[in-house]
Design a protein around this ligand. Sequence first.
Ligand code: HEC
Ligand code: HEC
Length: 320
Amino acid sequence: MTAAWSWYVIALVVINIVGCVWLLRANSKSRPGDPPPDATGHVWDANLTEYNKPLPMWWIMMFYITIVFSIGYLAWYGLGTFGGLSQGWTSQSEWAEAQRESDAKLAVTFAPYAGKPIDELAKDPTAVALGRSIFANNCSQCHGSSGQGAIGYPNLTDAYWQWGGTPDDILVTILDGRQAAMVPWGETLTSMGGESAVDDVVTFVRSLSNPKLLENSTLAAQASKGKSLYGQTCVACHMEDGKGNTLLGSVDLTSNTWLYGGSPEVIKYTIVHGRTGQMPGWSGMIGETRSRVVGAYVWSLSRHDDQTASAVSEADSSTQ
Ligand code: HEC
Ligand code: HEC
């Protein structure tokens, strides 16, 4: 707060308090020339008179007590830039203090895991159980309570990784987040291959995960037109074989595991409107070590080798 604002606030508050005292005093005393306390002298309709009852004492005292309280309150908590007798207590500083304490406690809990690779942490049932609770608090609203995903939110329990499934890839995804960028292709495709271009490409894309479609000769003809358009536009990101590139997050189109959906309508929507899925980065929110620990849990979800699987089932029983 600048000095000018501080004085402005102080002046407003002081004027208000002094104003209240003045108002109260002015109204609880009778002035010379006022009518006697029980009659105002006003008369209506010949016999209706107005009486003036002084404010009850208890009410006036309450008012003074509130004023005294407000002065005490301001003296303790401060006003404007003055910290007050409590030496600058604010709810914010109290919160920051509590935060520091809980961070210190967390640092102790998580210290043993600092800097460890997530596949190694995944063998430790305690780390996996901690990771599961971090996941429940921070990730499940998007990825589902058990990481099964939803439309637009990838399934983390399967073998397909849009942004790479090595321990390091997963860690980078969690720490820094990911931003997918597929621009809309509708107009470009139509200008290249006419009205049916988008549908031709849709058929080709569907055939990548379902080659049986090509047994139908009409679809096969569409797919072959679509393939040449794909070769001119999509190939840069989705690659020649349609398997995608984990550096760009351009999903594998051959897997029959869909992020947004594999029906002709949804594929068409994706191509015409583009898609820009975003995974938020967590390094600033939960820090590196907790990102590693939740990464260990995520890693364990899709692993079914002996060591990791037993860590997961132990974590299961320890959290029940
Ligand atoms: C600049 C790179 C780039 C180009 C070019 C590109 N895509 Fe994509 N595509 C992506 C990315 C990245 C995603 C993932 C989007 C997300 O996660 O939100 C994606 C997603 C998709 C999906 C969604 C798959 C699913 O699982 O739901 C389809 C279908 C698709 N692309 C088809 C195409 C077709 C067809 C073309 C060419 C007309 C094309 N893309 C061109 C990068 C690209
Ligand atoms: C606000 C929703 C949201 C939250 C919260 C969220 N994610 Fe994600 N996450 C996404 C989206 C969307 C994607 C896919 C991005 C894309 O389309 O490329 C993603 C992708 C991922 C991937 C990459 C999957 C792959 O196939 O490569 C991992 C791993 C992941 N998230 C883990 C986590 C973890 C761990 C947390 C919690 C610390 C978390 N996410 C919290 C939305 C979220």
